[in-house]
Design a protein around this ligand. Structure first.
Ligand code: PA5
Length: 445
């Protein structure tokens, strides 16, 4: 299961203060259930896990099987909520050296459409030259520049290398049911397609085909992922005392109110790096509005103890730390003994590497708490699909609750448009003539 430990917050914010938010949390839970909260047309994620049927999962797995059978590589094109969940789960479940150990039985999973790097795209298309590759084009709006650019390049290359008919078998669209360029293109070309429900926003969409299809193509168990989310859906509806998502939300809000404006999500498993990236988008894009919100940051430990450790220990005391701890590692490896013992580490010989890692985690927690950093600990039993499902829904539900405590609409992202408007004005997009003139004057003086 998933265990939440907030005991190391007590020196900074009392348990009574946190528990005092139980009523506000109950009201937030109720308004999510009743659909009366701001942004209530985007609550499709709330009961998404329990609404996923075996038939739907079978359909996703069948499409994944075709891509796995026919492709050496599959490129997932998408940005933000249209790629981070899949990337996070795939990276968490993959061998750390997947590129090197790939036995050719599974396609290599690549990601594109999440940047405008000319070198990135050139190197990707060069790598794909002569390969049988498929594309999963993920865009709810169908108009996102980064994704549309990558899809143009990949579609063309796929058709040139395999022919239009064969390309049709390995290009899949995940998009709106009716609207947008990706939908029009999929219908016109006859691609297999999946729908992103209208009422599920990008950053809450990992349990829709947006996440499930790439994860299944990578060969991971989406039944277990969904099962974990379903179990957490039940738990995260419980009253405050038994509800870890509610308690996490209340604790964050109590810390925020006490001046802790930055949350650092820390992990002790490099494979969790992209879980933190997914989490940062979920919380950053949901909370950061109306000049409010906890700034979500992340570190990979122990790696970053040698870069960010100083700041966390001694810098401005406006931070708190949330650690994701994995209780059991999947492999067993012992610390080796060395005859010369030049590094003086023979006292560790014969110990599990994970035991050393756990002591690093505990030692760091105590040091950071001593240094004035409140600590929240979220423990999962192992790093498998089931526990990732638990974790994903836990964070989603806590985010929905916390945004209401903050008094912001969790489900819009008006701030994301500002850069797009400027970029289109600078690039002279038709329809942006006035903006183009204004921005050129502003730049040229
Ligand atoms: O969470 C969100 O809504 C965003 O991050 C979107 O997922 C992202 O901007 C991509 O949008 P789209 O799927 O429309 O291409």
């Amino acid at each position: 299961m998933l265990k939440l430990d907030i005991s190391k917050v007590a020196p900074f914010v009392s348990t009574e203060t946190i528990n005092a938010y139980a009523e506000g949390v109950a009201a937030a839970l109720q308004s999510l259930e009743d659909g009366t909260c701001p942004g209530n047309d985007f609550l499709g994620w709330l009961h998404l896990p329990s609404s996923i049927t075996p038939e739907f999962l079978a359909e996703v797995k069948a499409v994944a099987a075709t891509l796995r059978q026919e492709c050496e590589a599959v490129v997932v094109a998408g940005i933000g909520g249209s790629y981070l969940g899949a990337k996070a789960v795939i990276e968490a479940l993959s061998n750390s050296f997947q590129w090197l150990v790939n036995d050719g039985k599974s396609p290599v999973i690549l990601f594109a459409g999440n940047n405008i790097g000319e070198d990135y795209l050139s190197e990707l298309t060069t790598y794909l030259k002569g390969k049988k590759f498929g594309v999963i084009n993920i865009s709810k709006s169908g108009t996102t520049t980064e994704t549309a650019l990558a899809f143009r390049l990949l579609k063309k290359q796929c058709e040139e290398q395999m022919g239009k008919d064969a390309a049709r078998r390995v290009i899949v669209a995940i998009t709106d049911a009716k609207r947008g360029a990706a939908r029009t293109c999929a219908d016109k070309e006859g691609y297999k397609s999946f729908v992103i429900p209208d009422n599920v926003g990008g950053r809450f969409s990992v349990l829709t085909p947006v996440g499930l299809l790439p994860i299944a193509v990578a060969g991971f168990d989406i039944d277990q992922l969904v099962k974990g989310a379903q179990d957490m859906e039940k738990l995260a509806a419980a009253p405050f005392a038994e509800n870890p998502a509610a308690q996490y939300a209340a604790t964050r809000y109590a810390l925020y109110t006490a001046g802790k404006k930055i949350e650092i999500l820390a992990n002790y498993q490099p494979k969790l790096h992209f879980i933190a990236e997914w989490w940062k988008q979920l919380y950053g894009e949901s909370e950061g509005k109306d000049q409010k919100g906890i700034f979500p940051a992340s570190v990979d430990l122990t790696t970053d103890l040698h870069s960010m450790g100083q700041w966390i220990q001694d810098g401005e005391r406006t931070i708190f730390e949330t650690v994701i701890s994995v209780e059991n590692s999947e492999h067993e490896l012992l610390f080796p003994s060395d005859e010369e013992n030049l590094d003086g580490l023979n006292f560790l010989a014969g110990k599990r590497v994970d035991e050393v890692n756990k002591m690093a985690e505990l030692g760091t927690q105590l040091a950071h708490v001593d240094g004035g950093v409140p600590n929240i600990r979220i423990a999962i039993e192992r790093l498998d699909a089931y526990h990732l499902g638990l974790l994903i829904y836990f964070f989603e539900k806590a985010c929905g609750i916390h945004c209401q405590l903050l008094g912001v609409n969790a489900f819009n992202q008006p701030g994301v448009e500002a850069y797009k408007k400027n970029m289109f004005a600078l690039l002279g997009k038709p329809g942006y003539e006035n903006e183009t003139e204004a921005i050129r004057k502003r730049i040229n003086g």
